[in-house]
Design a protein around this ligand. Structure first.
Ligand code: M6R
Length: 617
């Protein structure tokens, strides 16, 4: 999705800082990039299709003057093809105003027709150029006051936006506004900045404040004045972000995805360990969780909603809950919820899971639940995100910034958080005794050292052998049962996202009901067959695949000769209790998809057509 970075400083040239910030947003996915400055009463823009490196090359050849004000943008095409003329920033036809914008202006066509009638000319196909012209058309009647013109324009605009604008006549201030698309403000020393995502500003500051829906703000080098929807000024406390710029960098790894896969043992500690109260056999979340034993006893069911990888976490959230708390759980795809019949929420608690906390489908589902009188518990990784701020209750996963578009460590952190949640509910409802709670906690504590085996030389060689099987094929199947059905789905999603090999994840029992027709010697199957109540059934499924000449890549417990004897390649994992097997088994599948994508020469961290935060429905 699109990315915004803008800054206004007291002195010096902020262009390198905003370009650097844009680079930290590359992971969001984009097809063009641009930057604008205001200098000597004129707006200058450079924008190019392709990577930020192309823009930088252009800036090298057709440099911009140094400027203490700059607006930059990475665009992910919605209205109009990825071409230079459609890239942001956009100016109005008289070049009085410049705008960068994330989101979609739904009524842009009618606004454009109206503005054309009034003599405005357009050079792009974008909704953003319409916005720039609309604001410019209101500038004169607002005495040249850009903030006033934007406030006059916004009621006419339908849709979602985060925008930053500047006026040719003022090189000391930026105006920002937001509705349903995220925008954060960074308060630095003699520089004030804004971006769609915090990591983009970590090079300038670690002090932030968040702009809420319907608010606007004027940024100057030494101030950020926020206005509420009624144009009243608001004071907002600045928050410190403990993410370091280094956490958002590759740190010597060839790809963020590899770095993030290898960070997972630490994620376990960060998400879980401070919350474990071994003596009580219980879990204690921070105050923003806000649900005590009494509150947790009121709910008759929990509903888990999310998208993509987080949806696979949701599936496991239900399984953990039913296992540890004996409470029914539902799993609903967040984008489908909006269109389901509007039943009464009753005494359900909805758990919305989102790494970014900005996924449009998940946020809409949250608001829909709340509008029906239901309560929402958000599980997310980004403090200050919309989910963190708007959910009634929150558990943060503390994974650190996840940059690779293919989610790995955030998924792992979600699973750890959902395990803790189920345990907490089980303890609160008296389903789990103190001793049982203690055992589940100690299983989790003992998991961390066991994960080391997944990063050994032997494990890396096994991944290579499995990649020999998957890299040449066009299509394959991932099978798992019980706790490992969501992991089969996640393994398949990872492979298709970054290697573009078609892969589907199925509950293994479903294989005989259709997918088995696909199996031949060119169609391999990845089968998760670790110890547990479905082990024997998985072994039978593997036999069935082999009987049809399908190659088998197995995930099996270390030393399992039965499974490895049947498989063409085996990804051995340490043996752990069945309920923890998802946290172990997902790791070699992430490594496998990484290896296959790398061999095929794909862009591992920024796969085609994908975006890190999907902020449009
Ligand atoms: O930020 P979220 O967890 O809400 O994102 C949801 C999905 O867009 C995300 O998990 C997506 O499927 C990833 N590309 C998975 O690798």
């Amino acid at each position: 999705m699109c990315g915004i970075v803008a800054a206004v400083g007291r002195e010096g040239n902020v262009v390198p800082s905003v370009i650097q910030g844009l680079k930290t947003l590359e992971y969001r996915g984009y097809d063009s990039a641009g930057v604008a400055i205001v200098s000597d009463g004129a707006i200058q823009v450079r924008r190019r299709t392709g990577k930020i490196a192309v823009l930088e090359e252009d800036l090298g050849q057709n440099g911009l003057p140094e400027s203490s004000i700059a607006l930059a943008h990475t665009r992910w095409a919605t209205h109009g093809a990825p071409e230079d003329r459609n890239a942001h920033p956009h100016r109005d036809h008289l070049e009085k105003v410049v705008v960068v914008h994330n989101g979609i202006i739904e009524n842009y066509a009618e606004l454009r027709a109206e503005l054309q009638e009034a003599g405005h000319e357009f050079s792009s196909d974008t909704d953003t150029e319409v916005l720039a012209n609309l604001v410019a058309s209101l500038l004169e009647e607002n005495s040249g006051d850009l903030h006033a013109a934007i406030r006059a324009a916004l009621p006419r605009v339908h849709g979602a936006y985060a925008l930053v604008a500047a006026s040719a006549s003022d090189s000391d201030s930026l105006v920002i506004a937001r509705h349903d698309s995220p925008l954060v403000v960074g308060i630095g020393d003699g520089v004030t900045c804004a971006a769609s995502d915090m990591p983009a500003l970590l090079g300038l500051t670690r002090e932030f404040l968040v702009l809420e829906n319907g608010e606007t703000a004027i940024l100057t080098p030494d101030s950020c004045q926020i206005y509420d929807p009624n144009n009243q000024t608001i004071e907002r406390a600045v928050q410190h972000c403990d993410w370091t710029p280094e956490q958002a960098e590759k740190g010597g790894y060839p790809h963020f995805m590899l770095k993030e896969i290898e960070e997972q043992p630490d994620v376990l500690a960060r998400t879980a360990f401070d919350r474990l109260h071994d003596a009580e056999g219980d879990v204690e979340f921070e105050s923003e969780f806000g649900l005590d034993d009494q509150a947790l006893c009121v709910f008759s069911r929990l509903r888990f909603m999310a998208m993509g990888t987080s949806f696979h976490s949701a599936m496991l959230g239900k399984l953990f809950l039913e296992e540890f708390a004996q409470l029914p759980g539902d799993v609903v795809n967040a984008s489908e919820f909006l269109y389901s019949p509007k039943l009464k929420e009753g005494d359900a608690l909805t758990v919305i899971i989102s790494q970014s906390g900005e996924t449009a489908d998940s946020l809409r589902a949250m608001r829909e639940v709340q509008s029906r009188g239901g309560k929402v518990l958000g599980i997310c990784n980004v403090r200050g995100s919309t989910l963190d701020r708007e959910a009634d209750h929150v558990v943060l996963t503390h994974c650190g910034p996840e940059v690779g578009v293919a989610s790995t460590k955030a998924f792992f952190g979600q699973l750890a958080a959902l395990y803790l949640l189920a345990l907490r509910v089980g303890r609160a409802r008296g389903v789990l005794s103190q001793e049982q709670g203690f055992e589940l906690l100690s299983d989790l504590r003992h998991l961390r050292p066991k994960l080391d085996a997944l990063f050994s030389e032997a494990a890396a060689q096994a991944v290579q052998k499995a990649a020999d099987i998957l890299a040449p094929v066009n299509s394959c199947l991932f099978l798992g049962r019980g706790f490992n059905h969501p992991i089969a789905m996640e393994g398949a999603l990872k492979l298709k996202e970054i290697s573009y090999i078609h892969a589907e994840g199925y509950p293994a029992g479903e294989m005989k009901h259709g997918p088995i027709a696909l199996i031949d010697d060119s169609f391999p199957v990845v089968a998760i067959a670790t110890p547990g109540r479905t082990y024997e059934k998985m072994v039978s499924n593997i036999e069935e695949v082999r009987a049809r000449s399908g190659a088998v890549v197995a995930v099996a417990a270390e030393g399992d000769e039965k499974v490895s004897g049947l498989a063409d390649a085996t990804l051995f994992v340490p043996e752990v209790p069945e309920h923890l097997s998802p946290l172990v088994n997902v790791i070699p599948l992430q490594q496998l998809s990484y290896e296959v994508a790398k061999r095929l020469g794909k862009d591992v961290d920024q796969p085609r057509n994908l975006a890190k935060s999907v902020t449009v429905e």
